[in-house]
Design a protein around this ligand. Structure first.
Ligand code: COA
Length: 166
């Protein structure tokens, strides 16, 4: 297993197919509409899809602490989903996972990275702004909240390199 990026006592590792059950559980903790293990497996078998997990070093009994899933197609990256275990938020893991995606996309010479975020998700929006993402569009009323109003999806973009080589 490769350790592309490490932070304090955590390791950021490449996401593997065997992680799909654990990431489905983490996803259910972070989102109202969870994705199944099978949905993650079918995404991860696509050539364009990749991801990273966060784990505690030296403590294999502790499960995954976070993960990110992304896609790269035709110079354009997209964050499909990212989540950190509630018990381990605010410790830099979300940032570490996003940094791992940015490093990989830089290595692949991708042009730009997009994502969509609920306008009410202050933690995620703060993380993305800190990483240099800017709002480029909105999908009004895209997210439905049980018993509450609908909220917009904010489309955010981060440029990965300024100019193509001649
Ligand atoms: C969004 C999420 C992945 C952030 O993960 P995290 O590990 O807690 O984030 P980090 O500790 O790496 O924080 C990185 C930066 O994000 C911002 N941030 C994170 N949590 C924040 C919060 N609750 N309030 C304000 N800013 C926050 C800060 O700018 C922080 O940088 P700083 O500590 O240097 O100020 C996590 O809250 C999560 O899993 N949420 C549920 C799932 C989700 O909403 N995913 C995103 C969907 S688009």
């Amino acid at each position: 297993m490769r350790f592309p990026f490490m932070r304090r006592d955590h390791a950021i590792l490449e996401l593997e197919e065997q992680d799909c059950g654990a990431i489905a559980e983490l996803h259910a903790e972070g989102f109202g509409r969870p994705w199944s293990t099978e949905e993650f497996e079918s995404l991860l078998t696509q050539d364009t899809v990749f991801g990273f997990t966060a784990r505690e070093i030296g403590n294999p009994r502790i499960g995954l602490l976070g993960f990110v899933l992304a896609r790269l197609a035709a110079d354009e990256g997209e964050i499909l989903t990212v989540a950190v275990a509630r018990s381990h938020r605010g410790q830099g893991l979300g940032r570490g996972l996003m940094d791992a995606v940015l490093r990989k996309l830089h290595g692949e010479r991708a042009e730009e990275l997009f994502l969509e975020v609920d306008e009410t998700n202050a933690a995620a929006i703060a993380l993305y702004k800190r990483l240099g993402f800017n709002e480029v569009a909105r999908r009004p009323g895209y997210y439905e909240h049980e018993g509450r109003h609908r909220s917009d999806a904010i489309v955010m973009r981060r440029e990965l390199r300024r100019a193509k080589p001649a």
